[in-house]
Ligand binder design. Structure first.
Ligand code: ZN
Length: 71
């Protein structure tokens, strides 16, 4: 008797979802990533939104890791 490793297909309970309800979340996380990228890459000197070196020091290693010019 031949027995397959793949189980016999049954009607699965998985229903595909469309991308439409996910679109606002994709936009939200896209903007969040852009803000994060700004703080890591450009929050310094003339473009700084927050005075002081706090944010720059906090993301300094990430800045070098991603290859942004620094010092
Ligand atoms: Zn640096």
């Amino acid at each position: 008797m031949a027995q397959s490793a793949v189980p016999a297909t049954e009607a699965s309970g998985i229903t595909p979802i469309s991308a439409k309800p996910l679109a606002p979340w994709a936009v939200f996380f896209g903007i969040l990533m852009l803000v994060l990228l700004y703080f890591v890459g450009a929050e310094q000197g003339a473009t700084a939104l927050i005075s002081g070196e706090g944010v720059h020091e906090w993301v300094h290693d990430g800045r070098h890791l991603l290859g942004f010019p620094c010092h």
